[in-house]
Design a binder for this molecule. Sequence first.
Ligand code: TRP
Ligand code: ZN
Length: 886
Amino acid sequence: MMRDAEPKVIRLQDYQVPNFQITKTELHFNLEPTETLVTSKLQFERNAKSENKSAALELHGQDIEIQSLKINGEELTDEQYQVNPESLTVFSVPDVFEFECVGKINPQENTSLEGLYKSRSMFCTQCEAEGFRKITYYLDRPDVMSEFTTTVEADKALYPILLSNGNPIEKGELDNNRHFVTWHDPHKKPAYLFALVAGDLSVLDDTFTTSSGRDVALKIFVEPKDLDKCDHAMTSLKNAMKWDEDVYGREYDLDIFMIVAVDDFNMGAMENKGLNIFNTSCVLAKAETTSDTGFQRVEAVVAHEYFHNWSGNRVTCRDWFQLSLKEGFTVFRDSEFSADMGSRTVKRVEDANVLRTLQFAEDAGPMAHPVQPPSFIEISNFYTLTIYEKGAEVVRMIHTLLGAETFRKGSDIYFAENDGTAATIDDFISAMSKASGKDFTQFMTWYRQAGTPVLNVADNYDAENQKYTLTFTQSCPDTPEAKSEDKKPYLIPVRLGLLGESGPLPLEISDLGISGVTDTVVEITESTQCIEFSNVSEKPVPSLLRSLSAPVKLQFDYSRDQLIKIMSNDEDGFNRWEASQQLCVQVIQELMSGRQSEQPVAVDPNLVAAFDRLLKDDNLDPAMVANMLSLPSESYLAELAEEIDVDAIHQCRAQLKKTLAEELCESFAQRWQKTPATVDYKADAEQIGLRSIRNMCLSYLVASGQEQWFGVAYEQFSSANNMTDQFSAMSALVHSDSELAESYASKALAEFYQQWSEEALVVNQWFGVQASKAHPNTLEQVKALMEHPAFTMKNPNKVRSVIGAFANNPVCFHAIDGSGYKFLADQIIELNALNPQIAARLLTPLTRWKKQTQQRQALMIEELKRIQSVADLSKDVYEVVSKSLV
Ligand code: TRP
Ligand code: ZN
């Protein structure tokens, strides 16, 4: 934290190999809440690849009270070294030596949740990206990989379980009721993958036999009260282990794999070698307390962290500019895993929604950066949707361009060539290029340019010659690092098909040698490019960018008839959903312009009819019907707008929902009635689909404003045997704008808290639903919730569910008196001192002022400036706030 000067910008172009390597790392922890002693013995040698053969030893370190420093057993004198707030320099060292340091740290007071800290009654660590330097002086950079041996010593009664990476090799009793365990990790790793846990934990045990017949012990450690919520994570882990063997040929490489659940955690989870540490919200799941989305998140995050064992740990990153090498690839892997475990199309719709709503907004905001950023001030600020989600889309495009088989060959080459090393994005691309013979030069634009490309498409049908032409024009808007006109065209894979009157038309593209198929991928590489189809017997409706084959904004001037045609006939399920969304967007935009010109328009009856057909369609996957009936979110509508009118978006979207609910009341009721409530809860695609269509119908029925449905929702709320049904019903009541619904909603909210007050994760959901409500009183309610005994600023999950939910409340955050902005700024200033990572993340909504109305812009900027003027601003907040004010 403490800064004297402007924080330094770190640049990829300045990368230099480390001057030293650390062959062996021996750590000893004497755990005490406020005074933990860390002893490190590090075997250093000069790096043969470094040009500076006489460089001083410069180590990272922060907030460590040095007790002793030795080189080759000799205590250093004061003249031999210098300590700065973030480093330690030993001026003169031999070529090979042992460095020993005893340092004192204070886990109890560590509220940043980086380094070693206490979460409730346990000790745990979070070292990625640069937290290890808060534990001991070290070369805390991912290209320094070392073999770790760790001894953990603590009070035996308070901390019976002592864990670290690798295998336990020794344990024993000590004086004063203390004990110790020594762990050895045979795999060299960078310090960011180090982990330690100590606490009074219960364990769920299982085993997995790998494809080569080795038995691996699987252990999930949780607080005793949560032991009944670990089964889903364990099943997900075993599925993930099997999937990585089947799909990527990757076997696990230690005899033990451990997961620990902690309450206080900045992110979702962390892939520490052999000892993954998880936010409780991403491990614990039980039908009664966890909704379907919660179950799916646990499955995805357990898999994600497990998959890092190869994509991240065996092959790690050379430097943090390569972050997407592990994160983009691993998100792609976990997303394909989830697709294989559940419904592929539904998963694609969910991913596309996140990408288009949140990542596109990031790409259009002040923190926009390429998938491989050229510079950063604080790396924690770059664990972004761009690195993760857009990075995954870029890997997905490679998969699309190469096909599954060649992609797998490339992946095999990548792992074989880089195993045990710290690699770069170029190493990954080089492996894919070797496998396919494809030239990736132009493709690299996806890694090096920020911004969401716009792909404009126009068509022309020449009936006489039966020729159909699509003209593609691409561009990419200005972003902080480059002007639009200086940007290079992308290689955009466009999956497409043509729809005729009675079904898909055969595609003949003689230029590309394509014929006899109804679905193909064309590569758009030019700023403007035509694709010509021959023997097209009728004017087709083009189905473009199927499955969202590239992370671009597609523009095609579809008529409503064309959209309805795609919605009901396309072979591609994703594009059927996409057409339903576009149809809704068109109708909402029409309502908005009617509202602006004070000439109210009616909801297009064609949309009502299309929704009615959907509701009556028994052949479609119920989960997809629910997705198609789900109106585009207010944030997506805001993302699409040139200038955001938050009230118009909210009201017109609500008006559409209400109109659909009223006009199709009977169809919604019928569909609701004939969809059975699920009995024995399973989080499988089939049951999830049934619950989602049923609850979607209920939310419309409640939105119709008829009191009988409030009663029905309340009844479902009280009798539900699972959290999905219980929470959906309560949520529908809370979000109803009818005054008649209020008494039902407040009754449900009170009872819900009564029922679940002992379940922290459920209480968080209860916080969240109240902070998301569009109501003039919400800010007052949020302030009251912050006084609730269950709330604390020190727990990121609580902060996210109250303050984060409010900051993303599309209406209340933007209250025209600026109260929402001021409130958020006050919280950021408080959090800046407690937990800079969380403070910087929470700041995001305030930085997105560019598309707001003038009046709101001024209010937002005023609050950003107020934050900027705070003394002792963390690097994290400093970077976000200063970039958002240029
Ligand atoms: N590597 C982790 C993941 O993607 C991300 C992570 C967990 C993280 N905790 C963090 C990143 C703290 C920065 C800071 O799975
Ligand atoms: Zn990850």
